[in-house]
Design a protein. Structure first.
Length: 193
């Protein structure tokens, strides 16, 4: 990892909360950007290679859950840390089921926030090294960055779920994966039947 500051995107509906979190991150040595919602976050994520997301949502509310799910679907490896004022177990579990990697209860302890973010970013970079963005097995090539699949040089159209299934299977060629492990990997264990 380079010596430049780690890039973290702060997503919070209220401007004062966004600004406060951004200033806290900058004080801790991070390069922080801001977005007010999921749409704004997607614009920022296309422009900057962020290494983590800090998502604030009041009590893990419906909007925050939807934003977290959308970001996890589009950026499956990017660390998402949720900041919430609720210590309710159900609300924390909702954040994890939506795809969060960590849930931090406010008020924030700056040192703890810094350590958790840097740990998530370190794991993100470690997994980036182990898993290439483009790989092939036989006639099938998968490009994670462009979310494209080719068979014998021709594009194959897949739904997002089909893409995640194929990606998961191609990462461990020749190794059997149980149905429950596949479901857990693709949907984060939050699937209800």
């Amino acid at each position: 990892m380079s010596s430049s500051p780690e890039k973290v995107l702060v997503i919070a509906k209220e401007a004062t909360v966004r600004s406060q979190l951004r200033r806290t991150l900058e004080t801790l040595g991070f390069d922080a950007g801001e977005a007010p919602d999921g749409g704004g976050a997607l614009v920022r994520l296309r422009m900057v290679d962020y290494e983590a997301i800090l998502l604030e949502y009041r009590g893990c509310g419906v909007d925050g859950v939807a934003v977290c799910k959308q970001l996890r679907r589009l950026y499956p490896r990017l660390p998402i840390l949720v900041v919430t004022s609720s210590s309710s177990l159900n609300k924390k579990l909702a954040a994890f089921e939506a795809g969060a990697d960590d849930c931090i209860i406010q008020p924030l302890a700056e040192r703890e926030l810094s350590v958790r973010l840097r740990s998530a970013i370190r794991r993100f970079h470690d997994s980036s090294v182990r898993t290439p963005e483009r790989f092939a097995i036989g006639e099938i090539a998968l490009d994670r960055t462009r979310r494209r699949v080719e068979k014998s040089g021709s594009d194959v159209s897949l739904t997002p779920t089909e893409f995640r299934v194929l990606e998961t299977l191609m990462q461990q060629p020749g190794i059997p994966i149980s149905h429950s492990a596949l479901i857990s990997t693709i949907w984060g264990g939050g699937v209800q039947g």
